[in-house]
Design a protein around this ligand. Sequence first.
Ligand code: CDP
Length: 233
Amino acid sequence: MSDLNQNKIIIAIDGYSSCGKSTVAKEIAKKLNYIFIDSGAMYRAVTLYCLRAGMVVKGEINLPVLLENLKKIRITFVFNPVTAHNDVCLNGENVEQEIRQLAVAQNVSQIAAIGAVRQLLVAQQQEMGRSKGIVMDGRDIGTVVFPNAELKIFMTADARIRAQRRYDEMIAKNEPVDFDEILKNITERDRFDETREESPLRKAADAIVLDNSHMTRDEQFEWILKKVEERVS
Ligand code: CDP
């Protein structure tokens, strides 16, 4: 473990929606004493801002108004001592719970496809990784944010299994949800993320694929930890 702590690296985890990237990224960051950043939470927080400001009408974002207001959006993270992880804040307000709502999920991909939004958030993400010792998950971390990351993982899992996991998570939080709606949302988001012009979801040439459809949480944790050990030894 001493080596693991001495040679701090950047770990980029990209992949499809709801395949457990953040869950395992958090566990790995905790084990290594690294910072964990959920880049999707940043896109979700921008989306929440747009929804609250009434910039999304009939599912369409009012782009000129968003661009005009972009400077007013401040995304930060605050340490949550209860969960021992960083919660995302929108202009100083902790919105970690609110950004997980389906309304945000249904609009986030179109907002994440806007070049100016990406530029703003990618610059912040790169700044966070300046001293290494970071695990960041998202869609473009290994391709755009940290193209020189020492370890890149591309996560995937069967779409129905991913939908079931997200469904179980929301039911556990007592949120009224419909399985088919969740499945539709994740498959649509994947398609949108993969086909957009700005930084599409793509496996970096040097990323390792992790299909966790039939893996337990412990198994995938150990799998990644082994890859980390190979990189830092
Ligand atoms: O939690 P889940 O995997 O469903 O999604 P997320 O990581 O919270 O990301 C929400 C959305 O933000 C994705 O569907 C992408 O459209 C966008 N995103 C992105 O474009 N680039 C990133 N680095 C992270 C998220």
